[in-house]
Ligand binder design. Structure first.
Ligand SMILES: Cc1cc2nc3c(=O)[nH]c(=O)nc-3n(C[C@H](O)[C@H](O)[C@H](O)COP(=O)(O)OP(=O)(O)OC[C@H]3O[C@@H](n4cnc5c(N)ncnc54)[C@H](O)[C@@H]3O)c2cc1C
Length: 389
């Protein structure tokens, strides 16, 4: 039976960061990684950005194996026995651990329309879409959030014909104020994307080599490929079955330990308390995966850590880009401070006079300054914020 002082379940960015964290403290003990995908850990953000702008496929590799780790790829962990400190995978291999990290992320939400839709998450999804886009022309993208907006832009920048379909009023409208989300609809249209906002998909049907996407209002789009970005569900089933505490994700304390002292969790799967916002959070972003993963590794290796980091995130939409920190909820009170409307500026999200989050729209290098602002009690009025950055 393979035995590891440190066993990591999941082979994503959090797993890679955790290996780095462990190795910063413990250079010699055995580390094992069980990963369902057949690939060593790689960076996901370039799959919907840089790889469509000429970056080489191998640039996504994180090089985890160089840190003296045994990677068990293409294996799905099925059982966790916290009493015996064992994990069993789908090939009936059982692994013993001293400390375990749950870094098993999330699974894309699906629609009940068969297998012709690419639920874009992995490098295999990228390769499937890329080879289709190399041969074919017409694509439908379902969803107007992070993945939908990035994939639509990537395809359009590669001269593909793209129709976006999503139920909200505008692109990114769960986090952007309505005027900005509506601006994005027209910006995407200017770039040649057909944007069907406020529209639901009623059916997706394979018709020979083509696919029909039928909307609730009766439009029928004939396309060569369909991609969906509908968010993810955290992979909590294993933790739940093992009796670990699960809320919106696998619940961890500030040292990133679950309610079992030998089991830790980090990244997209984990729920943690953020002191600056005073709330429990589960975050699906790179900065959280990297920072939390690294700290979880250090914590597993015996170093005292306190995860009080407020994660940031970013995205690129054609030639627009942003960074953001904190809670971005378009239903909150919003103060927009544009230097140039919808091109450069900062949008603040407030609750009871406190800044809860900020969107730095084509404004760079201000993430830490915003974190300091969020930590301040306020109260802030609109005139206190205008011109700050
Ligand atoms: C296309 C794309 C673009 C993105 N762009 C951005 C961006 O621009 N900015 C940003 O901040 N964030 C972005 N993100 C989000 C960011 O990449 C994720 O937050 C991060 O990758 C999460 O890492 P993770 O390791 O926690 O989880 P995951 O990436 O989900 O990795 C978990 C891994 O565990 C494996 N696994 C699951 N269950 C098991 C099991 N039972 N046994 C073995 N293995 C298992 C999965 O197969 C998976 O490989 C993007 C994500 C995607 C998909």
């Amino acid at each position: 039976m393979p035995q590891y002082e440190y066993l990591i379940l999941g082979g994503g960015m959090t797993a890679d960061a955790a290996v780095h964290g462990i190795r910063e403290v413990d250079r010699t003990s055995e580390i094992g990684v069980i990963a369902a995908e057949p690939h060593a850990p790689y960076a996901r953000p370039p799959l919907s950005k840089a790889l469509w702008k000429g970056a080489k496929p191998e640039s996504v590799q994180l090089g985890t194996a160089d840190l003296g780790v045994e990677l068990h790829l293409g294996r799905n962990a099925l059982e966790l026995d916290t009493r015996g400190r064992r994990v069993t995978d789908d090939q009936r291999t059982t692994y013993a651990y001293g400390k375990l990290l749950l870094a098993n992320g999330g699974t894309p939400r699906r629609l009940p329309f068969g297998d012709s839709i690419i639920y874009f998450r992995t490098v295999d999804d990228y390769q499937r879409l890329r080879s289709l886009a190399d041969q074919k022309r017409r694509f439908a993208v379902i969803g107007g959030g992070f993945i939908g907006s990035e994939v639509a832009a990537a395809l359009a920048m590669n001269q593909r014909q793209v129709t976006m379909v999503f139920p909200d009023a505008g692109i990114g409208s769960r986090i952007f104020p309505l005027d900005l989300a509506e601006f994005l609809n027209s910006y995407y249209r200017e770039k040649g994307v057909e944007v069907l906002a406020g529209e639901h998909v009623a059916a997706v049907e394979a018709r020979g080599v083509e696919t029909a996407v039928i909307t609730q209002s009766g439009r029928e789009l004939m396309v060569d490929g369909v991609v969906a970005g509908l968010g993810i569900e955290p992979n909590v089933a294993l933790a739940k079955a093992a009796g670990l505490r699960v809320g919106a994700g696998v619940v961890v304390d500030e040292s990133l330990r679950t309610n079992d002292p030998h089991v830790f969790a980090a990244g997209d799967v984990a729920e943690f308390f953020n002191p600056a916002l005073g709330k429990w959070m589960r975050v699906e972003h790179e900065d959280n995966a990297n920072t939390m993963g690294r700290m979880a590794g250090r914590s597993m290796a015996g170093q005292a850590v306190r995860y009080d980091h407020l994660p940031s995130f970013y995205s690129d939409l054609f030639d627009l880009g942003y960074e953001a920190v904190g809670e971005l909820d378009s239903r909150a009170e919003v103060v927009a401070d544009w230097k140039e409307r919808f091109r450069e500026g900062v949008v603040y999200y407030l609750h009871d006079g406190r800044v809860r989050g900020a969107l730095l729209w084509n404004v760079w290098g201000k993430v830490d300054a915003v974190r300091e602002l969020i930590a301040k009690p306020g109260p802030f009025r609109s005139e206190d914020l205008k011109g700050l950055f």
